[in-house]
Design a binder for this molecule. Sequence first.
Ligand SMILES: C[S@@+](CC[C@H](N)C(=O)[O-])C[C@H]1O[C@@H](n2cnc3c(N)ncnc32)[C@H](O)[C@@H]1O
Length: 398
Amino acid sequence: MTPSHEHRFRHLGAVLAEWQPVWQPLPFQHRRLPWEARYPAMAQALRELSDDEAARLQASPFTASPLSAWLPVDELASLVDLPDMAPQGPTLPDAWGTFVGGRKWRQIQAFAPLVAPDADLVEWCAGKGHLARALGRWHGVGIEALEWQAGLCRAGNALAQRQAVAVRLHQQDVMAEDAGRWLVPGARVMALHACGDLHGRLLELAASRGAAVTLAPCCYQRTEAANYHPFSEQGRREMAERGWRLCRDDLAMSVQETVTAPAGVRRQRQVANAWRLGFDALQRDLSGRDIYLPVPSLAYGRMPGTFDDFCRWAAERKSLSLPARVDWPRYEAEGFQRLGEVTRLELVRHLFRRPLEIWLALDRVRLMEEAGFQVRLGTFCERDVTPRNLLIEATPAG
Ligand SMILES: C[S@@+](CC[C@H](N)C(=O)[O-])C[C@H]1O[C@@H](n2cnc3c(N)ncnc32)[C@H](O)[C@@H]1O
């Protein structure tokens, strides 16, 4: 039997809180992780993994994991096993995806059939209103769409006119006082990938005003608050009982995945990460302090062409003077060696990534249930379409 959301939320929270000392520290920042003293054999087992085995565990963290000798792998696997809500019936024709990026269109094709046209539909943080336009066309209904940027509203309205679909984009800051006027009983507000505070606002308004919601949440860390404030009463109570805290960096872990990045981009990121680790080894040696020094990230495509140029750039940013002679090949090699180690040690955090994401989604689910809504939580597509594949459907009861 599927556990209730209340039960799953409590159970996941207990496991996440218990194991936070193991999943919280970033292997990138520590040459020896704080938990290694307590679990030396686990660290050793990870460091000894072959490249293939490490890659396999990245793709399937819960399957035949050597970490089950120390960590509750099976328990986590069952806690993240959610109903598959992916639509089985017909979906939007491919031809309707003109003007929409390929990946975004596949997401819309998976998400749209799950938006029940049982109410007046409103799209929240709509961009150019691609989802609203597709659904308006499919069901032959009018849809209001809310977007903050005037340019996107103009472009979206022009597309709707061109396709003769009754979709209207309204320039609306959803964080403003007057945003609540769209969330009337009898409306269903849909949001595909609205970030942190934007979807939080949607749920809080919908809960208090009685509008239905269909939401794929994302970017939980994009929030004003430095520390996580649960949405639900259950979440607040249980976090207080456990004395448990989550900071913004913890939230970021729940969405750190690059399964959808093309191979070329992944390779570039790997080189950038290895160089950062190489620079880190160098700066520790130069300063004599075994402490991680954060270096700002570089915009895509701005990476210097060689390791030594990268280090010169990073040293300048950190006001660090480099000696005339540095053994660059040695530090670059150390960077790549550390990257292999970090990738393996990250497998511990990887195991808790999806559980944390689902716990955060369940906090939103519980807010709506506590307000008297019927709520479904499941996955709406495979992870290669988007790893942010959770869907929350909340409908006022009665
Ligand atoms: C991540 S995009 C999602 C867009 C669209 N739903 C999609 O899936 O492509 C978030 C959108 O929210 C809009 N946005 C950001 N802050 C907003 C606000 N305060 N009020 C309304 N829209 C906002 C952005 O301009 C952007 O178009």
